[in-house]
Design a protein around this ligand. Structure first.
Ligand code: SF4
Length: 402
């Protein structure tokens, strides 16, 4: 069914207005039931979610639901499920250990040179797999008011080691242009901040949000990357393409981070198709995240080996440009590690220095060691004299003692 049939009486201008989309979000079982019949599990999911977790989908995103199939990937991302109440081993409220690293409310600082800036606790769509659901799914966080934002910007200003700031939340594109621009301008004015990133699902869930005015505002704060979050080819609509292309046309690079979700996109065919389509949108596949241990998402997590097997199957099927890094954000705050299939198949035999490697077809090839082993770059100390000085190296002084 088309959106006109699903939302009779809605004008084209309303449909294309991102604020109309946010204002008319579907939030209750009755809202969704007007579009398609709910399953018993979904009905129970709504009953369990009531008063505990937020539920919302823009009319645009809800219009992508396959009304005949409960396993529809859009449906699985927005409809609360009874399975969310079933505990899974290792469940955590703060799965990637952010809370101990919040020096001020708006900042998470886990890596020396990067900081996460929490700009908002709201989203246009609440994804059932959200890692930060402790913040996005309830009113407990209390929002991020002007004082919290100013405190966050002041914190970044005071920490000269931070060169990369990821503005996230919640979804920062659920804010007005003016508020978002104010945050980005505050951060861009800090001399040691080299790169800004904006993490948003808007191109996926409310692509009308990406207006020319927004794209131009983001471009003003370059270098700035938009990091979005497509999970399934069904999300690659003409509207989503238009949103991504508008950003790129304005000079804003777009990268994608997917989450590997059991029964939704846990297939090499689906993920290959997704990432190949994203490349045609001029969006670079970046990460494929192993599901974090967020409480309530255990039913959507895949075994670790499944992600590695998918990656290996993708290697034989598509170009490297279409293959994201498979990342595990270690539980409790250990940071990210990436996994990949093991292609090293053994050392060379006696007298043959080198390594055996295998390709995706299981064929073994020998790669010999080069004649020289020393990999130091002599010009490095010339090009980075200050580093060498700090290490007390040869370029530290003016040649004395060399
Ligand atoms: S848009 Fe992002 S922050 Fe918001 S619910 Fe979805 S995953 Fe979580």
């Amino acid at each position: 069914m088309t959106w006109r049939e699903l939302f009779p009486g809605t004008t084209e201008a309303e449909w294309r207005d991102w604020r109309w989309q946010q204002r008319h979000a579907l939030t209750t079982a009755a809202d969704f039931e007007r579009l398609f019949p709910l399953t018993d599990a979904e009905r129970r999911g709504f009953a369990l979610a009531a008063g505990h977790t937020r539920v919302a989908a823009t009319p645009y995103y809800a219009s992508l639901v396959d009304r005949d199939h409960p396993a529809c990937p859009i449906r699985l991302q927005v409809m609360p499920s009874a399975a969310e109440a079933v505990p899974a081993p290792g469940d955590l409220d703060d799965p990637i250990g952010e809370e101990p690293h919040r020096p001020v409310r708006a900042i998470v600082h886990k890596y020396p040179d990067r900081a996460l800036f929490l700009a908002v606790d709201r989203c246009a769509v609440y994804c059932r797999h959200c890692t930060r659901r402790r913040i996005t799914f309830s009113d407990d966080e209390g929002g991020f008011d002007r004082a919290a934002v100013e405190e966050g910007i002041a914190w970044v200003r005071a920490h000269r080691e931070v060169r990369d700031v990821i503005v996230s939340g919640g979804d920062p594109l659920s804010l007005s242009d003016q508020k978002l621009d104010g945050i980005l301008a505050g951060l861009r004015a800090i001399p040691h901040v080299q790169v800004l990133r904006v993490a948003t699902r808007a191109p996926v869930t409310n692509p009308m949000r990406v207006t020319d005015a927004l794209a131009a505002a983001l471009r003003r704060h370059a270098p700035l990357f938009v990091v979005t979050h497509f999970n399934h080819p069904k999300e690659c609509t003409p509207e989503a393409r238009e949103a991504c292309e508008r950003l790129v046309d304005h000079g804003v690079p777009v990268e994608n981070q997917s989450v590997l979700l059991r029964g939704l996109n846990s297939s090499a065919r689906i993920l290959t198709d997704l990432n190949e389509r994203l490349l045609t949108f001029r969006v670079r596949p970046y990460y494929l995240h192993q599901g974090d241990l967020a409480a309530g998402t255990g039913h959507l997590r895949t075994p670790l080996a499944a992600g590695v097997a998918i990656l290996e199957a993708m290697r034989g099927r598509t170009s490297g440009l279409a293959i994201p890094h498979l990342a595990v954000d270690l539980p409790g705050g250990g940071g990210k590690v990436t996994l990949q299939p093991q292609y090293l198949a053994g050392e060379g035999e006696e007298g043959a220095r080198g390594h055996w490697l295998r390709n995706g077809r299981g064929e073994r090839y020998f790669y010999p060691e080069p004649p020289e082993q020393d990999c130091t770059c002599p010009y490095e100390a010339v090009y980075y004299p200050a580093d060498a000085a700090a290490r007390g190296g040869p370029a530290g002084g003016d040649g004395e003692g060399e």
